[in-house]
Design a protein around this ligand. Structure first.
Ligand code: DHB
Ligand code: FE
Length: 265
């Protein structure tokens, strides 16, 4: 049966697409190059490789709709923690770990970081107990574990649950900037546009709790040289953080305090 929302937006999509082709006198060969690129992205995608996501991300689409969605959801309110794109590397079922644990399952170098903070209700400032913090980031070689056979399964991923006072903490790495995979159509398109493939160092999160809207987000290292030119345009000011040197903790040489704020349904 017909879909109402689709019926509403489709005429606009077709108008813009057709105008684009007319305005730029797109030829059959040029359009088929685009069709082939989409087919190639599909062929190389599986549960470990999400080339379609990469392609639309380098075109700024996920960041744009994230911005629209966040604005719609928070129109009448102050702001809970800002959202940022999911990206292609989240995995279902990251291991549940205890507060204070490390998500580093292999010795691969890099600066260790003690990240800690709270999850609160942003309107009441009350702590949220048992909020889930699903976290993932890359190894120092710039690869997520599913891209890299040398890393243990689910390395640098974990799910943590806040205590009765909304607190969480864990050990992770201070991440490094790295290129998005550029051996597929997304990388090829970046090359043809003379664009670099770098993302600034970042850590991904999905924060969720009963009765609250989940927040998909990332935080970014202020010191990273690509902080102002993320190839997928995901950086927002409120998500830029400072890693602080830490002394006297055998587990970590940096500290990262960060508080998350959720909005109730
Ligand atoms: C993209 C996002 C990421 O977080 C990442 O690590 C690589 C690529 C993306 O949006 O395509
Ligand atoms: Fe990422």
């Amino acid at each position: 049966k017909a879909n109402k929302r689709l019926a509403q937006v489709m005429p606009s999509l077709l108008r813009h697409l057709h105008d684009f082709a007319r305005e730029n006198e797109i030829t059959v060969d040029e359009w088929m190059a685009a069709v082939n690129m989409v087919n190639e992205a599909g062929r190389m995608s599986d549960e470990k490789r999400n080339e379609g996501q990469l392609l639309q991300d380098i075109l700024g689409m996920e960041t744009l709709v994230d911005e629209i969605t966040y604005t719609l959801a928070n129109e009448a309110q102050d702001q809970p923690t800002a959202t940022a794109i999911l990206g292609p590397f989240w995995r279902h079922g990251a291991p549940k770990r205890n507060l204070g644990d490390s998500i580093i399952d292999a010795d691969q170098g890099g600066d260790k970081t003690h990240m800690h903070g709270t999850v609160t209700d942003f309107t009441t400032n009350k702590p949220i107990a048992n909020a889930e913090i699903d976290v993932w980031h890359t190894a120092p070689n710039g690869l997520y574990e599913q891209q890299d056979p040398s890393q243990p399964d689910m390395n640098l991923r974990g799910r943590f649950y806040t205590d009765s006072q909304g607190r969480y903490d864990f050990i992770c790495l201070r991440p490094t900037s790295y290129p998005i995979p550029n051996d597929g159509p997304a990388g090829k398109l970046l090359g043809l546009l003379d664009r670099h493939p770098m993302r600034p160092a970042h850590i991904h999160f999905i924060i969720s709790a009963d009765g609250y809207k989940p927040v998909v987000t990332q935080i970014f290292d202020r010191k990273d040289k690509h902080i102002s030119d993320d190839t997928v345009f995901a950086v927002k000011d409120s998500l830029v953080v400072d890693f602080k040197p830490l002394e006297g903790d055998p587990r970590a040489n940096f500290e990262l305090p960060y508080d998350f704020k959720l909005a109730s349904f």
